[in-house]
Design a binder for this molecule. Structure first.
Ligand code: ADP
Ligand code: ZN
Length: 603
């Protein structure tokens, strides 16, 4: 293991292994199999990259993400690792060169798409080369239930038959038990040791707000907290992606759209720009993100409610892979709930499947409405291990006020009941506020006993209350018809006055305005001289990246530049001690960055 540590330090420039990495590397180095479940950003790549370097022969990495292979290879080469990929984007000549290098034993790591690997010719090629290991990345793609199912993954079970001596490691960030069991079974990993690390991402700050004008709220959030930084904004529909991206650009935010309906070339171009430029905001449907290992995504925003906690956790997990603080911010509204319920209802699955999806959505809604630690709630959803309140979510940082909503809820529920359980929120709110508009008069609803009894709340507060009642299961949305609300059995005790209801109090418009003013703009260093050096280092990195046509983070991560600002290395030795500066990068870039620091020290 001393050799593994040496490789970590000299090749990758890191000081220490993260929890579990050392054990996994040892398992593989000794020829055993492993199944690794680690959250995004946990450091899965080193778990197979280092054993591949330790063992004789080439490490073969199976990945479904052809578009991203080249970047992974580039990043490895920057560290002096002999890496290559074989996929459909290579010209026949390039492919031939890679094959020759493979046969000559000149490769440490080879990335392959599963369909390429499974071709008999490739298998033959691999039979002739000494192999260090097989790494199966994004292993949940083997699961039919997951949303990323790839049929070719199932056929990877040929690997132990054809290469019984070669150790295998399967990796995924998907936590749930069923997927894990399926991976074991389909990839024949019964003998593999399982490494399941904690799923917490402590550097991600979770925040969920009520949407009032979601787009504007998003813009305020970006301007206030992440100016000039990279982020992802998730929307439910393609149209909303397009509109939001265009609007953000108008507002001066460098945003790009991404969804499955765009031409492939344009999609690839936008992805490329997101990876290579700094401070781009990608507005996307969930089609975007798997395998994007851009480390410096500083925020993930949701303008719509995700379908499940699994999806929410996976998407927000794309922020802060470099371990620096990142925000998971979401604005959601009752409309989202209606839309998703309708989508589930209209989907093709059978009743059982729809019911399952419905439960998943309920769990997601419950997360939105909890008044205590969001992280506790999230982690509790995946595991049973108890967790302290985190101190890094909105509810921990600013505990929401609670109020006794019993009377208001009774008024709302009986209005639903008395008007015949078929109207939507605005209509019901109008009754409560005593608006004798044409439709209400026509229906005779101005004579209901609840007409005009609700002036303790304003329209927006009633809307919040209705949303909470839906989220908490008191009201059900009629998905067959026009989205009218119906009572559920759960209402009975509340209506009869046998139970009370305490809710988190939504912030009023005035409070929200005040908060907006009070929060100061952050980003970067508070000391202006440090900020200037930080900027100078980033500029140098961007210049180099443009010259070399690679993404800036492949040169150095933000965390590495920040360490330079803090320690201000003046010699090569001092530079080598900075986390993220390995021997090869020191050789290539050391002088450039030392010069920036020296110039700035002198000036
Ligand atoms: P995953 O594949 O699990 O999402 P990665 O392998 O991309 O995560 O690693 C996430 C980030 O953490 C990368 O930027 C990687 O360089 C960094 N990292 C991994 N292991 C270590 C370590 N032992 N020390 C410091 N940084 C590390
Ligand atoms: Zn918390």
């Amino acid at each position: 293991m001393q050799r593994a540590l040496d490789i970590l330090r000299t090749t990758f420039g890191y000081d220490q292994f993260r929890p579990a990495q050392a054990a996994i590397i040892q398992q593989l180095a000794e020829g055993g199999d492993a199944l690794v479940l680690m959250p995004t950003g946990g450091g899965k790549s080193l778990c197979y990259q280092i054993p591949a370097l330790l063992r004789p022969g080439v490490g073969v990495v199976v990945s479904p993400l052809i578009a991203l292979m080249q970047d992974q290879v580039t990043a490895l080469r920057q560290n002096g690792v002999r890496a290559a990929c074989l996929n459909s984007t290579l010209s026949p000549r390039e492919a031939q060169e890679v094959e020759q290098a493979l046969a000559a034993g000149e490769l440490d790591l080879l990335y392959l798409a599963p369909e390429r690997l499974l071709v008999e010719r490739t298998l033959q090629l691999l039979m002739r080369a000494p192999l260090a290991l097989f790494a199966i990345d994004e292993a949940h793609c083997v699961s039919q239930w997951g949303h990323d199912f790839r049929p070719e993954y199932v056929q990877l079970s040929v690997l132990p038959e054809r290469f019984p001596q070669v150790p295998r490691i399967a990796l995924t960030a998907t936590a749930d038990r069923r997927t894990r069991d399926e991976i074991v079974e389909r990839l024949a990993l019964q003998e593999a040791e399982q490494f399941v690390t904690g799923f917490d991402r402590p550097n991600i700050r979770y925040r969920i707000v009520e949407a009032h004008n979601a787009r504007q709220q998003l813009l305020d959030f970006i301007r206030r907290e992440h100016p000039g930084e990279a982020g992802i904004v998730y929307c439910l529909s393609r149209r909303k992606v397009e509109e939001t991206a265009a609007w953000l650009v108008e507002q001066g935010i460098p945003a790009l759209p991404y969804h499955a309906g765009m031409p492939g070339t344009q999609r690839a171009m936008h992805q490329e720009r997101f990876l290579r430029d700094e401070g781009r905001v990608m507005v996307a449907t969930v089609a975007f993100g798997m395998g994007i290992d851009k480390p410096d995504v500083r925020f993930v925003a949701h303008l719509n409610l995700p379908k499940s906690i699994e999806a929410y956790y996976q998407e927000t997990g794309r922020g802060g892979r470099d371990g620096l603080p990142a925000d998971a911010w979401m604005a959601y509204s009752l409309q989202d709930v209606l839309t998703l319920r309708k989508m589930i209802n209209d989907s093709e699955g059978d009743i059982g499947h729809k019911r399952l999806e419905g439960h998943k959505l309920d769990a997601m809604l419950a997360l939105c409405e909890v008044a205590d630690c969001r992280r506790q709630h999230l982690l509790g959803y995946f595991t049973d291990a108890p967790h302290e309140p985190c101190g890094n979510c909105d509810n921990c940082l600013e505990p929401p006020e609670r109020w006794d909503a019993t009377t208001a809820a009774q008024k709302a529920l009986s209005t639903v009941y008395r008007s015949g359980q078929r109207y939507g929120v605005s209509y019901l709110t109008d009754i409560l506020l005593g608006k004798a508009n044409e439709r209400i008069v026509q229906q005779g609803h101005d004579r209901l006993s609840t007409f005009g009894i609700g002036d303790e709340l304003n329209a927006s507060q009633w809307r919040d209350l209705f949303r909470q009642l839906v989220a908490l299961g008191y009201l059900q949305v009629d998905v067959e018809g026009y989205g009218g609300l119906r009572l559920t059995a759960q209402c009975r005790p509340l209506l009869k006055g046998e139970t009370s209801l305490e809710l988190r109090r939504p912030r009023s418009a005035k409070e929200r305005r005040r908060e907006r003013k009070e929060q100061t703009v952050k980003g970067g260093f508070s000391d202006p001289t440090e900020q200037a050096l930080w900027q100078a280092l980033r500029d140098a990195r961007l210049r180099l990246a443009r010259e070399l046509e690679i993404p800036p983070y492949v040169i150095f991560h933000d965390a590495t530049l920040m360490a330079m600002v803090q320690h201000r290395p003046a010699t090569r030795e001092e530079m080598a001690a900075i986390s993220g500066v390995g021997a090869t990068k020191l050789e290539r870039y050391g002088e450039t960055f030392l010069a920036v620091i020296a110039q700035w020290q002198g000036g």
